[in-house]
Design a protein around this ligand. Structure first.
Ligand code: URA
Length: 209
């Protein structure tokens, strides 16, 4: 079973409180999502493999460590996931970025892929799929399915706010995928919004309504 990690670092919780506030405008919302994504990227990269190197300092030789060059990919689910990409790339600038766009079929209500563009070496990369909200879990489950179909083997999912319903759906569909969240909220309402949540993350990021 995949694990669920709640990143409750004080800075993340503080910034999350501001993006939840309905009075927070687009510019500030976007900046805060970017900052939270950076802080979460710091936590999620904690287990990146290192290798030992020797470095000549001005005083002697240090036996020290550098990243061993694991290939990473960041996959935002369009469109709200885009708001988290730059914040993550600040810490892992060499990561490749793929995109997955999904829409909900009005008849079946199931998510359908309309755009998928991934790095060519999918099988060799570890992926972080990002979307600010894990609500019903429909999009996240489908996006990860889409990555697996194309050969991805090591996938994590990172979001800001999750509903228990979305976490359950992910655990059932993808027990191999660990989930990283900043807050686990109470529930979904009848319109599929997370309560208390922060509203529509895409609209708040891009100033649309
Ligand atoms: N998507 C959002 O942007 N907000 C929610 O509360 C649920 C899904």
């Amino acid at each position: 079973m995949g694990k669920v990690f709640v990143f409750d670092h004080p800075l993340i919780q503080h910034k999350l409180s501001y993006i939840r506030d309905k009075k927070t405008g687009t510019k500030e919302f976007r900046e805060l999502v970017d900052e939270i994504a950076t802080l979460m990227a710091f936590e999620i990269t904690r287990d990146l493999p290192l290798e030992e190197v020797e470095v000549e300092t001005p005083v002697g030789v240090a036996k020290t460590k550098i990243l061993s060059g694991k290939k990473l990919g960041v996959i935002p689910i369009l469109r709200a996931g885009l708001g988290m990409v730059d914040g993550i790339l600040k810490l892992i600038p060499a990561a490749k970025v793929g995109h997955i766009g999904l829409y909900r079929d009005p008849k079946t209500l199931k998510p359908v892929e309309y755009y998928v563009k991934l790095p060519s070496d999918v099988e060799e990369r570890d992926f972080i799929v990002v979307d600010p909200m894990l609500a019903t879990g429909g999009s996240a489950v489908e996006a990860i399915e889409c990555l697996k179909k194309r050969g991805a083997k090591n996938i994590r999912f990172m979001c800001l706010v999750a509903a228990p319903e979305g976490v359950k759906a992910m655990e059932e569909a993808h027990p191999d995928v660990d989930i990283y969240i900043a807050a686990l909220d109470e529930k979904l309402n009848d319109h599929g919004y997370i309560v208390p949540g922060l509203g529509d993350a895409g609209d708040r990021l891009f100033g649309t309504k």
